[in-house]
Design a protein. Structure first.
Length: 269
């Protein structure tokens, strides 16, 4: 098992990518961070726990990052291109927190050579593993379903105004997955009890946009969940079992909708 990620290989065509739940830091990095950054506030907290039972029930393949996004952001373009031109974003190796405050102590930011080393050591192995699983599933079934799991605080003024809906489904403006699949997922969310938006502030990051290729029967979507729906958003960021128990059935229904759509579309027995 890699120290960079954990991988559980399932038997269904569903792949869950979890690029931001990691809390590990490379040697020496903690001493370079501000006190606020050491709390890792921008982590996608408890995402593996939130999806664990669902993934097992659906025999999904799960790829989950072990290292913090402060080491390298696995959902960013490796060359540093912005996902949302003209809007505030964090980079491949972030230098600030979501609230805009510094991530590093004075003059402790990584230089270009360090960014390149982190990309090679942490970014590429995760993406090599993800590509390998997509290829495996696609070869086995003739299609692949990639669901990128994320979460974020419900209020982050730097990135969006007001309070985020509970469930934020991103499809890169209907380009990373079949239009009929997107319509089916939207209908599923409409029938649920949680607030949602389709392709709102979070349309899908690098993973959704890079790997989604509906013309080749590879369908990718991103789910950005507001953390208030399943945890305490303030430090120490505790998981809330009661809230999660209400949310999990909705998430499972959405993933079942993915599989049901594929079964009908590709005539799977």
């Amino acid at each position: 098992m890699s120290e960079i990620f954990t991988l559980t290989v399932g038997t269904s065509p569903l792949i869950l990518s979890q690029p931001h739940p990691g809390t590990k830091l490379m040697d020496g990095l903690q001493d370079r961070l501000t006190d606020d950054a050491r709390k890792l506030p921008d982590t996608d907290w408890h995402i593996p726990q939130l999806y664990q039972e669902i993934a097992s029930d659906l025999s999904a393949t799960v790829l989950s990052a072990s290292y913090s996004r402060y080491v390298v952001d696995l959902n960013r373009d490796p060359e540093g291109a912005s996902l949302y031109p003209g809007q505030s974003v964090t980079g491949l190796c972030p230098v600030d927190l979501f609230d805009g405050s510094p991530l590093y102590l004075d003059r402790k930011e990584p230089d270009e050579q360090e960014v390149e080393r982190r990309r090679d050591q942490f970014w590429r192995p995760y993406h090599d593993a993800l590509q390998e699983q997509i290829n495996r599933v696609h070869q086995k079934f003739g299609f692949a379903l990639l669901y990128d799991c994320h979460s974020i605080r419900s209020e982050v003024p730097r990135f969006f105004e007001g309070t985020l809906p509970d469930l934020n489904l991103g499809t890169a403006d209907n380009t990373s997955a079949s239009a009929s699949l997107v319509s089916h997922l939207k209908e599923t969310l409409e029938n649920g009890s949680f607030s949602y938006v389709l392709d709102g502030r979070f349309k899908g990051g690098y993973i959704t946009r890079h790997y989604g290729n509906p013309d080749q029967n590879i369908h990718a979507v991103q789910m950005e969940t507001a953390q208030c729906a399943y945890m305490d958003e303030s430090f120490p960021f505790q998981f809330d079992p009661q809230k999660a128990a209400l949310l999990k059935p909705q998430l499972k229904t959405l993933l079942e909708a993915l599989l049901n759509w594929a079964q009908k579309t590709y005539n799977q027995a």
